[in-house]
Ligand binder design. Sequence first.
Ligand SMILES: Nc1ncnc2c1ncn2[C@@H]1O[C@H](COP(=O)(O)OP(=O)(O)OP(=O)(O)O)[C@@H](O)[C@H]1O
Ligand SMILES: [Mg+2]
Length: 388
Amino acid sequence: MSNIFEDESLVGSRRKNPIFKDKKPLDHRFLPDKLVHRDEQIRQIAKYWVDVLDNVTPSNVTLYGKTGTGKTAASKFAREQLIEAANNENVFVKIEYIRCTDYTTEYQVIAELCNRLGRDVPNRGWTKAEVVNAFRELFRTNAFGRKLHLIVILDEIDILLEKDGDGILYTLTRTDNISVLSISNYLDFKNLINSRVTSSLNDKEIVFPPYGANQLSDILNERALLSFNDGVLDSDVIPLCSAMAAKEEGDARYALDLLKNAGELAFDEDSEKVTSDHVRRAKDRIEHNKVSEILSTLPLQQQRLLEAILTLTKQGEEITSGKLYEAYSDVSKSDAVTYRRIFDFINDLELLGIISTNTVSRGRGKGRTNIIKLQCDEVLLETALYTI
Ligand SMILES: Nc1ncnc2c1ncn2[C@@H]1O[C@H](COP(=O)(O)OP(=O)(O)OP(=O)(O)O)[C@@H](O)[C@H]1O
Ligand SMILES: [Mg+2]
């Protein structure tokens, strides 16, 4: 049998893709040479970090902003620039990027930092104190007799704080020569931190506002030049992607996803051009993939809870936690979990963005109630729930 990868149709599409010149620039992880509309934020990071070039530990910094507002990209951009500048100045500085979805406990982060700085530490087995001591040693003794400065970027820090508490910030801010740049989606992330940690953190805050439609167009235009062949994008494609993403809280990642998926649809259909119709269908495809992907990873009881939320939504009911528990018990029957556990599930589903909750006051003496709302398309959810 001939090799499937050498099939004529595949070879043809590899050799010359009529739509894409290079798909990489449309990938989330691609770091462009310049970040339009983020000069101000990058300049602010640089203003604090520049101290390290004079051997002074920089202030701790926190970047806030909703999803897709360029926080990760800006921090990586600033990191590359500082590495370059430090090489020219001969300063001994390391800037380590840690995504807290990959390292979710203080132990894991500190062990990873040790390993990256050349001190082997096992991923488990030591006590936390042992790992922290090994880490601190790195800053006390230095084989080169030079002072090591470390800037730690803790991206998506909320996840670590929720899972493992604020010990990581305590340890890092109480070790000499370390500066932390935290990245959070929530303005109130300080609520997850003890006041003794807040005072040693003493951070400078930088806000990343959502992008407007015109700004998103500028971002997409830059990427489109690198990714698409000349003239394949209809003139209304980028404005439409931008307008749709501006509605989704100014999320540049979503705008890029729309553009990429629209291009892929056009390619799959052998179309010579990418049109606004492709963009609209790309929106459905993204939404569908998102919902199915999330659902497929949910434990059974949480799927049942969603089923109950869907049923109540379809009945046009206002969903309180009490009502939801009743509906959920109907779906789950004998193996239903307790009422208290349901709150954890509601929390998890909210973090995933499938539902939202809103606490309302029922008036004096009547207490407060949680109102739950579905945040994804009903039809999509229904299809996804019954096809997994
Ligand atoms: N100003 C910009 N110029 C060019 N590309 C950008 C800009 N802002 C964001 N992007 C791109 O949009 C995508 C999302 O940005 P990024 O990952 O930095 O968002 P984020 O704020 O970290 O979001 P999240 O909170 O979800 O992690 C990335 O591919 C990034 O390269
Ligand atoms: Mg990010």
